[in-house]
Ligand binder design. Structure first.
Ligand code: AMP
Ligand code: MN
Ligand code: MN
Ligand code: MN
Length: 281
């Protein structure tokens, strides 16, 4: 019997990942992952290609998406798992977000051009290829041009909240994101809850509201998050009754600290989000 190696959060070239869905699934296979969810930002475009390779390699592919939400001025990411990517409400919602991305790409480009850079819009659009640009693409452009040393520095000085090209984004509402996922037959999961740097009270309010709206899970293990964070998040699942999810949030082989399937074991107290799934492993 093979043991379960599950990774429910990663990105391909359909958003800000550097690997095509095909290469992503191949890498997951090399790393021993046997259940994989592809969760591109606001896009399900890579799922069909990923599924083809996953079937050939014997990986169980979970249809996923990571939806951008603005909740009380804070940007949150809500992962949808086991969604039907062809469901009309979900498709319409994601199309709306893609349009917002295009609009924001123009705004960020204009700000960077005001800061003295040239040809930003053309180059970032080329870098993003067929995907709608994300701030990660802007960060890569700044690194390529030797303006920033790495992506983190690009966010710190240019693209993040205190950067000169920061643009506030009004994505979709929390209620809408959860409703689209549920309508599409999926399960809504709060992505990387620790990354929002919320106070305990605010995070608790988020979890309560999310659950009341029909959300069912939260990531307890995310990328290389700290063991103490995992323990804290595990406790929150016990308190709230939310199911626990795990995901590397893999974007690129360059980020060696959060590779596909690496170190994603769930604390024993958690109820895994996959507890009622039909797993072929
Ligand atoms: P966007 O949805 O276009 O605002 O882009 C958000 C993406 O940027 C996230 O999914 C991360 O992949 C990346 N990101 C956000 N903050 C940082 C950071 N401080 N350093 C590197 N990448 C980041
Ligand atoms: Mn990303
Ligand atoms: Mn995210
Ligand atoms: Mn992600």
């Amino acid at each position: 019997m093979t043991s379960l190696c599950i990774d429910l959060h990663c990105h391909s070239t359909y958003s800000d990942g550097t690997l095509s869905p095909q290469h992503l699934v191949e890498r997951a296979h090399q790393k021993g992952v046997n259940v994989l969810a592809l969760t591109d930002h606001d896009s399900t475009g890579g799922l069909a290609d990923a599924r083809e390779v996953a079937q050939a390699l014997g990986i169980q592919l979970i249809n996923g998406v990571e939806i951008s939400v603005t909740w009380n001025q804070t940007v949150l990411h809500i992962v949808g798992l086991n969604i039907d990517p062809n469901h009309s409400a979900l498709m319409a919602g994601l199309a709306e977000l893609q349009l917002k991305r295009i609009e924001r790409t123009q705004q960020i480009s204009a700000k960077l051009e005001k800061c003295g850079l040239d040809r930003v819009l053309a180059d970032v659009t080329a870098l993003a290829g067929s995907a709608a640009a994300t701030r990660t693409h802007f960060a890569r452009l700044l690194v390529q041009r030797n303006i920033a040393k790495d992506n983190q520095k690009a966010f710190k000085h240019w693209l993040g909240r205190n950067g000169c090209a920061y643009v506030h984004s009004e994505w979709t509402g929390l209620a809408e994101a959860v409703a689209w996922i549920n309508a599409a037959g999926g399960q809504a999961v709060i992505a990387h809850p620790m990354r929002y740097k919320m106070t305990v009270g605010r995070l608790s309010a988020l979890l309560t509201e999310f659950k009341a709206l029909g959300g069912v899970g939260m990531e307890v293990v995310s990328g290389n998050n700290h063991p103490s964070d995992r323990e804290n998040m595990a406790r929150l699942t016990q308190k709230t009754g939310l199911l626990a999810s795990v995901g590397s949030d893999f974007h690129s082989p360059d980020n060696v600290w959060n590779d596909l399937g690496a170190k994603l074991a769930l604390p024993a107290v958690c109820h895994p989000i996959w507890q009622d799934w039909e797993l072929s492993v």
